[in-house]
Design a binder for this molecule. Structure first.
Ligand code: FES
Length: 141
């Protein structure tokens, strides 16, 4: 049912934890399944993501997608990080079962929420970034 990559990122998740004084932090949840994901970003003065960490209270696919999403945004500029969509995360994981696609949306939205927090703190705009919703369950309807 799950690809080897999903199982690998679930069993050995990368970037678990917190960043002290993060440049941006975003928390999103899905009220339908009750899962919650928080992503921390450390962004340097050039707007490059130096580090990313996550804490996920959620299903195995949510853990795997947070792990992959944090891997994918590291080294990217805040603008480039917008290319880390749920589709990009799923592709990097060699796919997810259809009932688990919404878990990857949580990862995309948590990154957006962390970028939004960063942009707000620095009084900048990130082109193409929309204000994230705290409960992505609403977005799917
Ligand atoms: Fe809710 Fe996976 S079941 S994020």
């Amino acid at each position: 049912m799950y690809s080897e990559k999903v199982m690998d990122h679930f069993n050995n998740p990368r970037n678990v934890g917190e960043i002290e004084n993060p440049s941006g932090v975003g928390t999103v949840g899905n009220a339908k399944c009750g899962d919650i994901m928080r992503i921390y970003l450390d962004i340097d003065n050039q707007g490059v993501i130096q580090d990313a960490k996550f804490k996920t209270f959620g299903c195995g696919a949510a853990v795997a997608t947070s792990s992959m999403a944090t891997e994918l945004v590291k080294g990217k500029t805040v603008q480039e990080a917008l290319s880390v969509t749920n589709k990009a995360v799923m592709e990097a994981l060699d796919g997810l079962p259809p009932v688990k696609v919404h878990c990857s949306l949580l990862a995309e939205e948590a990154i957006h929420a962390a970028l939004w927090d960063y942009a707000k703190k620095h009084h900048i705009g990130i082109a193409g970034l929309e204000e994230p919703v705290a409960d992505i369950g609403q977005r799917e309807e």
